[in-house]
Write a protein that binds this ligand. Structure first.
Ligand SMILES: C[S@@+](CC[C@H](N)C(=O)[O-])C[C@H]1O[C@@H](n2cnc3c(N)ncnc32)[C@H](O)[C@@H]1O
Length: 396
């Protein structure tokens, strides 16, 4: 997609092509393209419209119904923040008194749109011309063009004295190849610039990959890990006056947010395997808040390095999945196979922490047969490779 194609899609003829593409997309792409051309849509416009419609469909999971009116690129969509997460962040900025915000590297604008919807005046800066034009189009489509404007340029040149707060979600993909980069020093804008923002602007927020090394968290900043329906999606650094606690795990399930906070430097007590196992949400594990969760469940670890918790009683918690432990075996394929045969277990889910075993290979090697189901947990107990046979505890 180039700027001319985007401009063509935004004309009356382009809107009609998008509507026609939405009618025929979803099946055979060649048939869809030929249906559009037979309806008189020029070939280039037809191809651009079909691509947009396909991207809008994919974007519905992130943006809901708003996706249907957005302009998107594949890399822009992959890097964009989900609406539920962007809305929460925007609301926290609004509640902190932020009235003007610079979004430095705004991409397609998912975060900036959320801030504008929260009533914040947003100045977006985006280096890529097509992405910048799409972000502006998305602001118009969302009805917030007066609150979110975009300039195409280098974010490092933006005068941050113009705003109350800055947000930066640096690109973590190599321009051109689209390959993910894991080393923050390869982020764009550069990591040094991003960290320097916190020293210049008292309200600074940075979105980072959830695998962020804790050693890279600036002193005094709050680091938050966010999961959506059990999937870890991102980490956010809240710097300066926005930092409220050292570590936060935000667990979003359906329409509800559950928040666990703490210092992130405590170790949970270690004890034996008990009747119930809790598998903590990845946001809790990455935020180093397993000890805080253990306090709420009266639970202990069975190995100081493995983030499974054990307690006598089952308890409903949004921060972990609970399983009832029926058997504890030192790992032995032969013994496990024999026991599962005896119990007529034909279906297993396999969880693992601290085990090098490959679940799919183990599943094949177990040669399961029978009508019953079980959960197998491959882990270590006091350093020893151990298998736990478990049953799910139904949610109350
Ligand atoms: C991760 S994306 C932002 C996604 C956005 N937060 C969203 O949710 O839609 C990062 C963006 O920063 C842009 N970018 C990278 N370096 C930049 C720079 N120095 N100045 C301006 N934009 C930059 C990239 O082109 C990319 O679109």
């Amino acid at each position: 997609m180039d700027l001319d194609q985007l401009a063509a899609l935004r004309t009356a003829e382009g809107s009609a092509a998008l509507a026609a593409a939405a009618e025929v997309a979803g099946g055979d792409p060649l048939a869809a393209a030929s249906a559009l051309r037979s309806a008189g849509v020029p070939a280039g416009l037809a191809a651009a419209a079909l691509t947009q419609v396909e991207l809008r469909r994919r974007a519905a999971g992130k943006f809901g119904p708003a996706a249907a009116g957005m302009f998107l690129t594949r890399p822009g969509l992959e890097q964009a923040t989900r609406q539920v997460v962007a809305d929460r962040r925007a609301e926290r900025l609004r509640a902190a008194g932020v009235r003007t915000l610079a979004d430095l590297g705004c991409g397609l604008g998912a975060d900036a749109l959320a801030a504008a919807r929260a009533g914040i005046r947003v100045y977006g800066v985006e280096a890529d011309p097509v992405t910048a034009a799409m972000a502006a189009a998305n602001a118009e489509a969302a009805g917030v063009a007066e609150l979110f404007t975009v300039e195409c340029g280098d974010a490092t040149a933006f005068d941050v004295d113009r705003v109350d707060a800055v947000f930066c979600d640096p690109a973590r993909r190599k321009a051109g190849t689209g390959r993910r980069v894991f080393d923050p020093s390869a982020y764009s804008p550069p990591w040094d610039f991003v960290l320097g923002l916190a020293e210049r602007v008292p309200y600074t927020v940075v979105k980072v990959a959830p695998g962020l090394d804790h050693a890279l968290i600036p002193p005094g900043a709050e680091a938050e890990w966010v999961s959506v329906d059990g999937d870890l999606v991102e980490a956010t650094l809240w710097c300066g006056r926005l930092a409220e606690v050292p570590r936060r795990a935000t667990v979003l399930r359906g329409a509800t947010a559950h928040v666990l906070t703490g210092a992130g430097d405590r170790q949970a007590a270690v004890g034996p395997v008990r009747r119930h196992l809790y598998d903590p949400d990845p946001a809790v594990v990455r935020a180093h808040l397993v000890a805080e969760l253990a306090d709420t469940l009266d639970a202990t670890l069975a190995d100081p390095d493995i983030a499974y918790l054990y307690a006598d009683a089952p308890a409903a918690t949004p921060y972990a999945r609970c399983l009832a432990v029926t058997d504890v075996l030192p790992f032995s394929l032969k013994r496990l196979r024999a026991l599962l045969r005896e119990r007529r277990v034909g279906r297993v889910e396999i969880l693992k922490r601290g085990s090098a075993l490959e679940p799919e290979r183990l599943r094949r090697d177990l040669k399961l047969a029978g009508d019953n189901a079980a959960s197998l947990v491959l882990t270590r107990v006091a350093g020893a490779p151990t298998t736990l046979i478990c049953q799910p505890v139904p949610a109350p």
